[in-house]
Design a protein around this ligand. Sequence first.
Ligand SMILES: Cc1cc2nc3c(=O)[nH]c(=O)nc-3n(C[C@H](O)[C@H](O)[C@H](O)COP(=O)(O)OP(=O)(O)OC[C@H]3O[C@@H](n4cnc5c(N)ncnc54)[C@H](O)[C@@H]3O)c2cc1C
Length: 416
Amino acid sequence: MKVLVLGAGVVGVSAAYYLQKDGHDVTVIDRQNGAGLETSFANGGQISASHAMPWAAPDVPRQLLKWLGRNDAPLLYRMRLDPQQWAWSLRFLANCTSAKAARNTVINLRLCLYSRALMPQIREDTGIQYDHLGRGILQIYRDPKELEAFAKQAAVLNELGCDNRVVTEAEVHELEPAYDSSPDKLAGAIFTPDDESGDAHLFSKNLAGYAASLGTEFRYGESVVSLNKDASKITSVTTDTGTIEADAVVMSLGSYSPLFLKPLGIKLPVYPTKGYSITVPTSGYNGTPTISLTDEDHKLVFTRLGQRMRVAGTAEFNGYDTEMNIGRVTSIRDVAQKLFPNAGDYSKAEFWTALRPLTPDGVPVIGGTKYDNLYLNTGHGTLGWTMCAGSGKITADLISGKTPEVDISDVGLERF
Ligand SMILES: Cc1cc2nc3c(=O)[nH]c(=O)nc-3n(C[C@H](O)[C@H](O)[C@H](O)COP(=O)(O)OP(=O)(O)OC[C@H]3O[C@@H](n4cnc5c(N)ncnc54)[C@H](O)[C@@H]3O)c2cc1C
């Protein structure tokens, strides 16, 4: 079957890899000059099943009110004259109940665990390198009450098959000696030993290279303009260089996916949510964290990537605006430098920003559409790197006529 994958982010490339393995004739289109150059470029690097909880959670409306108007808030909501933003926000708020958050966590966790379990096989099959670390994730708390509250959530994740352990401050220092030179007093942490980390851009680039060596065609520097249809299927895709026909089309254009689906009569509630990261060179420094960290107070993640440290976080709801807000990104650098002064050369920090493709319930959209040959694999929000292998394999299985290995009854577009 000739399959066209739209988007060479970590999600599209993973799907292309599995489609190629299934023996299809695969073509990937991306407007950038390589794979993983937009949202998959400099994310937090965490393969974090332990973070399956969606952002839409019961305490979020209260937090949003607290942060409203604060330019340095971890979550910044800029009200726009944009009905898409309002409709999405109402749906987001509707998901902020305990029952819905618990349900969405279960769905996400299933995908995260499935996806995480596929990563060793990809490494073995392809031999690709991407600064992978298999040392787990430490979720750090300073407030004992918060740790206690999250320990309850961790216990729920444990029951669902995600090994989480509450560890003391002394154990944090044993696991992560970088805290020895940190000024912080900690309450403790939640340690997820099976979580991983790595560079999503290197993964995308090298997996794309591997898929290309098996026959996948990557058409870089080419922009999708429209999807053309008849009554029941997508007949072709028009790009800025021509029109391509295919038997099946996979939509993996990240935050831009809804823009191309709307003319087809498909409403996909994905909203762009801006985040920031810094990447600091660490060569010659001895205080770089060696385990991937999530700092719950500062809402930041820290990940060692070879001779670099990535620090990422923050969310800004401001449409498709991709401007770098220097104040927000330098505050990430300042917090990181205060916490880990010997981690790296902060004067050489590289700044980055991108748009997470976020659904209101925090669950991606994977599966078919009202067009027989159009498949969605998008809307992965905060967990695209964590879920890319699983959602790629599910997409390939659906197109190849196989039954996916996990339950996908609640990840499709029908739920909206
Ligand atoms: C600050 C930050 C930290 C994060 N940390 C983590 C983390 O630690 N762990 C985790 O699991 N996830 C994390 N994420 C989320 C993760 O990065 C995303 O979910 C993931 O990158 C989405 O991948 P994608 O392939 O769907 O989108 P993208 O990577 O954006 O890929 C979409 C592709 O479509 C292409 N494209 C768009 N429009 C067109 C067009 N018209 N024509 C042709 N091509 C087009 C783009 O060039 C792009 O390559 C983070 C995100 C951010 C912003």
